[in-house]
Ligand binder design. Structure first.
Ligand SMILES: Cc1ncc(COP(=O)(O)O)c(C=O)c1O
Length: 390
């Protein structure tokens, strides 16, 4: 038996080595504080659970769902795009498709558009799927470094002309994982113009669209006039409504892009369980106060971590969005050295920046997915171990 060659080209799993060490420490009785993974710890809001309970008792939800999502789900998503972003005139029959979380739709978009010899333009640091899915599709990733001095936005002027001409997809993700960076509508405008010039599909991964603090509301690329000619955007209920396990979201935008993605999907999956689509409809009807109650939990945690790290000498500011705090490593360490030190000396798991690409070197990522008490404890453990930013 032999794996296909494409598997050899996939970079090692980010957490493989960390998991090995974690297991060893747990076996030695160490109490591990895990702030490595972006998986919300809080329950899904009660009204969504209630919608699911009712839907599950209805036998008409038990058979195969429509591949593209139920009409009711697609219409609810269109309505939400309108009320949330002011994006109007979306056609629920041609410009939207349900997805099994957003990871599935992201991956399948590569299969729909990328072939051997094509480039994809992907952010670095970035969600690792953009790179691996490029490789699965036989394409060549061209990385766009996200640098501190550019506020973690890609610099389009560094993309060589011949790469832009052969590029099929350009990926962005704002609010950004792992940096927590934001993008403005002006920047989206620049991207839309660039993608139109080179006939590239602009792919906006909007997984953190609702995870924002201090009154900030992240925009959609589809708010830019004419963006729909060239854009597909991926939405997910996973993070915003504590629903990572439910696997539901949607892709929206250019009808040709949605058609390509749907064609792959009809051949590899059979849609989202109808009861889950009913629950998703309830999620899209969540009132603002309830959503803010979910967000305030993360905002508090963010403040605990940022204040704690500032106390230990870190020159960081609170991010306005996402589940993450992106933190520079003290000088003299690589991101892997420093995350290993945190694990060995403090029993704390964070993610090394290098796991998100070469430009992630020099940083580590904290996920705000544990209680206030445990976050305080993490800071105390660092202080007691004499760890400071220098
Ligand atoms: C940037 C980004 N995009 C997409 C996803 C996928 O999320 P899901 O498939 O749960 O929607 C994640 C998950 O961590 C993410 O960080």
């Amino acid at each position: 038996m032999q794996f296909a060659k494409r598997l050899e080209k996939i970079p090692p799993y980010l957490f493989a080595e960390i998991n090995r060490k974690r297991e060893a420490l747990i076996n030695q009785g160490v109490d591990i504080i895990n702030i490595g993974v972006g998986d919300p710890d809080k329950p899904t809001p009660a009204h969504i659970l209630q919608a699911m309970r009712e839907a599950i008792d209805d036998a008409s939800n038990h058979n195969y769902p429509p591949y593209e999502g139920t009409q009711e789900f697609r219409e609810a998503a269109v309505k939400w795009m309108e009320s949330r972003f002011g994006v109007i005139n979306l056609n629920p029959n041609t410009e939207i498709v349900s997805s099994i979380g957003s990871k599935e739709a992201i991956h399948n978009t590569f299969l729909a558009f990328v072939e051997a010899g094509d480039y994809t333009l992907i952010p670095d640091p970035g969600y690792p799927v953009y790179r691996t899915s490029t490789i699965f599709a036989g394409g060549e990733p061209f990385t766009m470094p996200l640098k501190t001095e550019n506020k973690f936005l890609p610099d389009l002027s560094i993309i060589p002309e011949e790469v832009a001409r052969k590029a099929k997809l350009l990926w962005i993700n704002y609010p950004n994982n792992p940096t927590g960076a934001l993008a403005t509508l002006e920047f989206f405008e620049e991207l839309v113009a660039f993608c139109k010039q080179y006939n590239i599909l602009l792919c906006h991964d909007h997984a953190y669209s609702e995870m924002a603090y201090d009154g900030y509301k992240p925009p959609s690329v589809l708010q830019i006039p004419g963006a729909k000619d060239i854009t597909i955007e991926f939405h997910s209920l996973s993070k915003s409504y504590n629903m990572t396990g439910w696997r539901v979201g949607f892709a929206v935008g250019n009808a040709y892009a949605i058609k390509g993605l749907s064609q792959v999907k009809t051949n590899v999956d059979s849609g989202v369980f109808k009861a889950i689509q009913k629950a998703a409809i309830a999620a899209y009807a969540t009132d603002e106060a309830e959503l803010q109650a979910v967000m305030s939990v993360y905002q508090n945690r963010r403040d605990i971590i940022v204040k704690g790290l500032q106390f230990l000498g870190w020159p960081i500011e609170p991010p306005k969005a996402t589940l993450y705090v992106w933190v520079p490593v003290p000088s003299g360490y690589t991101s892997t050295d420093f995350t290993t030190l945190l694990l060995d000396k403090c029993g704390i798991i964070v993610s090394p920046g290098i796991g998100y690409g070469m430009s992630g070197e020099g940083y580590f990522r904290i996920a705000l997915t544990i209680s206030d008490e445990r976050l305080h404890e993490a800071i105390e453990r660092m202080r007691d171990a004499g760890i400071r930013y220098a």
